[in-house]
Design a protein around this ligand. Structure first.
Ligand code: ZN
Ligand code: ZN
Length: 347
């Protein structure tokens, strides 16, 4: 297995080096066995299996009022507000951090075709507090949306944008002023927040011609007493124990639970709910003397991206969580817009 490069601070507002060990032939790859993403031919084969058999209407997450602290939360506190899909507002001490923002009606290059949003964002764009940082995990349309980036740049011109290798150019093009591009295992510090780019097993591409040309990642944050892990989009891979060893123990982990069927197609790129729960167990197991992290389940309930019923991911996540004997209160399946605070007793 290739070892990722040792941690180096990335250059703020600079492009990190292009010598990442997981890059081959101008394309990035997942440096683990059985981690090759589906090919275009696989996509065609998967599409062929689609039937139009009617299904029961899924129970989708409902909106509730948020409890965002304006303009900022108190130092030493940590809360998360689920906007929808993988978009989460983190109030980490006095800093406001947003993950993979998408407010558009479709996860697509055009607003007349492509996966349509089935639930509205739980927080209005104008209801966001002043943003200090935005974390981007990769360039798929459900995580990197041009209209949303432009809207956020207008409203929050001084926010810092964090992106994996190759993704900075999109957000710069859409107006972001401060963009920090990092490779896996690189980290930067600002305003008391450490932001580290972590490995993920996934893929990238926005057209048929740019597959794997930019990197994908997760993010680990540390501020004061709190550490947070945002997994991005990922399959199950061997590095979670190393991520928590370097950047944990985590108080909160944000894990994707949706878009996993059929497994022959999705397994190399998306965990299923059982694997998401296993990630949380891996993260907890590395620090047995510390309370296990709270898991916030995301990447479900907004876009229909795969074959499972839209309301299956949280059911299976709860069942797997129970089967592992973990405290049910530490698995957060939130309503849209719901805010929860990680209480001091949780960590
Ligand atoms: Zn993706
Ligand atoms: Zn996704």
């Amino acid at each position: 297995m290739d070892r990722p490069p040792s941690p180096d601070p990335g250059a703020p507002d600079g492009v990190a080096s292009d010598t990442s060990s997981h890059r081959a032939n101008g394309r990035y790859r997942n440096p683990w066995p059985n981690a090759t993403p589906p090919t275009f031919r696989d996509v065609i084969a998967w599409r062929r299996t689609h039937t139009t058999v009617p299904r029961p209407r899924p129970v989708l997450p409902a909106p509730v009022p948020s409890a965002i602290a304006y303009p900022r939360a108190a130092s030493g506190t940590l809360s998360a507000t689920w906007v929808g899909h993988s978009t989460v507002l983190l109030q980490v001490g006095a800093l406001n951090v947003l993950t993979d923002p998408i407010w558009s009606d479709r996860a697509s290059p055009m607003q007349w075709a492509g996966p349509r949003r089935l639930t509205k964002p739980g927080v209005a764009l104008d209801a966001l507090p002043p943003l200090d940082a935005v974390l981007l995990s990769h360039n798929h349309y459900d995580h990197l949306d041009a209209r949303t980036v432009r809207s956020l740049v207008q409203r929050h011109p001084s926010a810092r944008w964090f992106a994996p290798l190759g993704v900075a150019r999109y957000v710069r093009q859409w107006g972001a002023r401060t963009v920090i591009e990092l490779d896996w295992w690189n980290a930067v510090d600002f305003d008391g927040l450490r932001v580290a780019c972590t490995p993920a097993q996934h893929a990238s591409g926005r057209t048929p011609f740019d597959r794997m040309r930019t990197l994908w990642c997760g993010w680990a944050l540390r501020s004061g007493p709190h550490a947070i892990f945002f997994a991005g989009d990922t399959a199950y891979h061997p590095e979670f124990a190393e991520i928590v060893r370097r950047y944990g123990p985590f108080d909160l982990c944000i894990l994707p639970i949706g878009a996993y069927e059929p497994r022959w197609f999705m397994r190399p790129v998306h965990v299923n709910p059982e694997e998401a729960v296993q990630i949380c167990a891996d993260l907890a197991g590395a620090h047995p003397g510390h309370a296990p992290p709270v898991a916030l389940a995301v990447h479900w309930g907004a876009f229909s991206l795969a074959d499972e019923p839209m309301d299956e991911p949280p059911r299976r996540a709860r069942a797997a969580w129970g089967d592992m004997g973990m405290d049910p209160d530490r698995l957060w399946i939130l309503s849209l817009g719901e805010t929860r605070r990680v209480s001091p007793n949780d960590s």
